[in-house]
Design a protein around this ligand. Structure first.
Ligand code: PMT
Length: 399
């Protein structure tokens, strides 16, 4: 089941009796792990106070396009880019009309124009307003542009009329948004992803490892769940929590990772090797802690670990196999060589000499390379890069 962990949700609240229910919508999204920011129209404030929604969301309310203070904190374009999902609930006939006609004379209208987020609208209005030809025409136009309408529900209205126009209940709104992601482009597919570092023990207290935080691999797992896939995440030791819907396998060494991956691949369609697997391990493991006063000079012989990615590509040739290439020079040529020598379908190169991307930071910048194309994804949060990568994989595997 999809949670909203790491999702940025922008809730638009417009003026209607159902505005009081927006507090419950925020509470439910937050319970599912989302970060929620709220935009209110002036008329929404007649129905519920900004202070209430600020307290529940834990973020300041956004309500003005021309407020220099608010723009300095998070400008409207920044806010539009921040959002992964925009939900307008309740949404009046006026706001539906404004969006249809692309008007940007208030913050809500401007955000919708500037954002690439998935947009959901939960209308709430008098039944005759909803059934009026102009609202119905606007509804059809927005639906054809990819905006998803949730409701309206039928029933008794505040004015006493009975018919379509009530806002769908908050828990049903959340469930409908969740189910729209369950039918994503990778639904029905199983993906196995490796993440984090491996630890190669020298003795009971010392090991060889690296700086991988697991952030890139966990972001890929989250993005794969959003795209509707079933996900196995084989993770080295990291301090991250995996979404509850992910099948998480915790391992330490490269050989443990290899064993779990091989089992998972029996029922996987796609493999993504994002882990920074240690290339070498000590040739001999010391059962007892090596005493430093007995060993003033210590030499450790290392032997190569097996290449998990290459093994997957060789043994599961009908699966779509994706590797990562952590490079410091001649990035794309070196990555291309890995693509060919390991017989992969795709490789994703990142320049790990740049400290602002790659290992142990929140951002990445990558080039997605296949035999046919090279797609550059400019520096962004790892979750956004992961979503783009998963979109490309979905396109290639659904061809
Ligand atoms: O975890 P983060 O802090 O978010 O950092 C992300 C990252 C920098 C670790 C990630 O973006 C990345 O580049 N992962 C690959 C790291 C790596 O080991 O690269 P490589 O070029 O050495 O290896 C090439 C590929 O072979 C990788 O897919 C790797 O998983 C795989 N490999 C390598 C050695 C081995 N024994 N088995 C493998 O499967």
């Amino acid at each position: 089941m999809l949670s909203f962990s790491k999702k940025n949700i922008l809730l638009g609240v417009t003026g209607g009796i159902a505005a009081y229910k927006s507090a419950e919508i925020i509470r439910l999204f937050k319970k599912l792990g989302a970060d929620v920011r709220v935009v209110m129209t002036e008329s929404a404030k007649e129905f519920i106070t900004p202070l209430t929604l600020q307290a529940i969301s834990g973020n300041e309310i956004h309500d003005s396009l021309l407020n220099t203070e608010a723009e300095a904190a998070m400008g409207h374009i920044e806010l539009a880019k921040w959002a992964d999902i925009i939900l307008i609930a309740p949404c009046t006939a006026e706001t539906i009309s404004k969006i249809t006609h692309g008007r940007a004379d208030d913050l809500m209208g401007a955000l919708i124009l500037a954002s690439k987020a998935d947009i959901f609208i939960a209308p709430a209005m008098n039944m005759n307003m909803w059934l009026d030809d102009s609202t119905q025409q606007n509804y059809k136009t927005l639906s054809s542009r990819g905006i998803t309408f949730i409701g309206p529900a039928e029933g008794e209205q505040a004015c006493g009329d009975i018919g379509p126009g009530r806002m769908v209940e908050p828990e049903n709104i959340i469930e409908l948004i969740r189910s729209s992601y369950k039918t994503g482009p990778l639904s029905g597919k199983t993906i196995t992803i490796t993440a984090g570092p491996t630890r190669e023990q020298i003795d009971p207290v010392r090991f060889i490892s690296n700086n991988s935080s697991g952030k890139m691999g966990y972001s890929l797992a989250d993005a794969a769940i959003e795209a509707g896939a079933s996900v196995n995440l084989v993770s080295g030791p990291v301090s991250l929590e995996a979404d509850k819907s992910i099948n998480l396998y915790k391992i330490n060494s490269a050989s443990e990772m290899m064993n779990v991956v091989m089992e998972c691949m029996d029922s996987s369609d796609i493999f993504i090797g994002c882990a920074a697997v240690s290339d070498y391990k000590p040739a001999d493991y010391s059962e007892n802690k090596i005493k430093k006063n007995e060993m003033p000079h210590l030499e450790i012989e290392l032997k190569k670990n097996e290449d998990i990615l290459k093994n997957v590509a060789t043994n599961f040739s009908s699966s779509y196999v994706v590797g990562f290439a952590a490079e410091t020079s001649d990035i794309n040529n070196n990555a291309m060589q890995k693509l060919k020598s390991k017989n992969l379908d795709m490789i994703i190169s990142n320049d790990v000499s740049d400290k602002s991307i790659g290992f142990n930071v929140d951002d990445n910048e990558v080039t997605v390379i296949t035999c046919d194309e090279k797609i550059f994804l400019k520096k962004d949060k790892k979750i956004r890069i992961a979503r783009e990568i998963l979109k490309i994989i979905a396109n290639n595997t659904n061809k």
